[in-house]
Design a protein around this ligand. Structure first.
Ligand code: IPD
Ligand code: CA
Ligand code: CA
Length: 285
């Protein structure tokens, strides 16, 4: 089940066939993603600041035995409950679906933080049906905070409704971003937008977990998040969270976000046009 290389994994993002078949009840998907995220979170808590086996993935950061064990725990629960669903998980080869459903999973988002003992990491699990994300959770195992979004039903943190911020101006905003592992490719562009927005916003943070950046944007902690060169498992649950919390999510061209887009801008929606103007691809040429 382990992947050989990140490149290989990205090349095979097979979409399940479209179908008229109804998806399993959202309540069932909710229970499954919450249960499996907690199981993974328990494993991550046990390894946190303890002994780890660490490997480097070329151009894709670190991976540890905790990433793999957390992934195995999630896959075991989900496979048993819905054996026809496919899988797109960061540390394994994609598995084809025998129905229109697929799980999109990052068993540990923020591995670098985890390895260094910085408590900013999470588990991210989303359920996709006919190419659309319909349920997602992000679980912070240290704070024991569980973010949940169900399509059309809003977003919650530990069962309490969350909403994006009402911040009206970039000058009053707290923004967040991330930098890719492929430094030669994008670091300069990333620095340009980081510098530009740091000069305008109240502050810009770079915590090191794209999924948590999105969860905190959904909860109104951050007013917006942008990053380029992400993968579907980094953003699948988080993008739905921001949308269901009343925010807007697009790529850097301003098109509605799809999980295959590498670049994401997620905001409280009020700041979206202004932020897009600052980070859009035109400015990156
Ligand atoms: C990474 C984190 C980080 C982001 C990277 C991601 P990982 O995921 O989300 O914040 O800047 O682009 O790859 O490797 O810790 O799962
Ligand atoms: Ca990730
Ligand atoms: Ca990961």
């Amino acid at each position: 089940m382990r992947q050989k290389s990140q490149k290989q994994n990205r090349a095979v993002q097979v979409h399940p066939p479209k179908s008229q078949e109804e998806h399993p009840p959202l309540s069932m998907l909710r229970d499954l993603i919450l249960e499996s995220a907690e199981a993974a979170g328990k494993i991550l808590r046990q390894y946190y600041r303890g002994k780890l086996r660490i490997e480097e993935k070329p151009g894709a950061g670190l991976v540890t035995n905790a990433d793999f064990e957390a992934q195995d725990a999630i896959v075991k629960i989900l496979k048993k409950a819905l054996p026809k669903f496919g899988f797109l998980t960061e540390e394994a080869k994609p598995e084809k679906a025998r129905c229109p459903g697929r799980w999109v999973i990052d068993p540990l988002d923020g591995t670098t933080n985890f390895v260094h003992g910085f408590p900013m990491f999470c588990v991210s699990i989303a359920a996709e049906w006919n190419g659309e994300i319909i349920a997602g959770t992000i679980y912070h195992p240290i704070l024991k905070e569980s973010y949940l979004a169900l399509k059309g039903k809003g977003a919650t943190r530990n069962s309490k409704k969350i909403h994006v911020s009402a911040t009206q101006k970039i000058e009053n905003s707290l923004l967040t971003t991330g930098f890719t592992y492929q430094k030669e490719k994008l670091l300069q562009k990333e620095m340009q937008s980081f510098q530009k927005l740091s000069g305008i916003a109240r502050a810009v943070r770079r915590p090191g977990s794209a999924a948590l950046d999105l969860a905190y944007t959904a909860a109104g902690v951050f007013d917006a998040f942008w990053e380029q060169n992400l993968s579907p498992w980094d953003v699948a649950a988080g993008a739905l969270l921001v949308q269901e919390a009343g925010g807007q999510v697009t790529n850097f061209r301003g098109d509605p976000f799809r999980i295959e887009d590498r670049a994401i801008l997620a905001s409280n929606s009020i700041l979206h046009p202004a932020l897009l103007g600052e980070i859009s691809e035109k400015r990156h040429r």
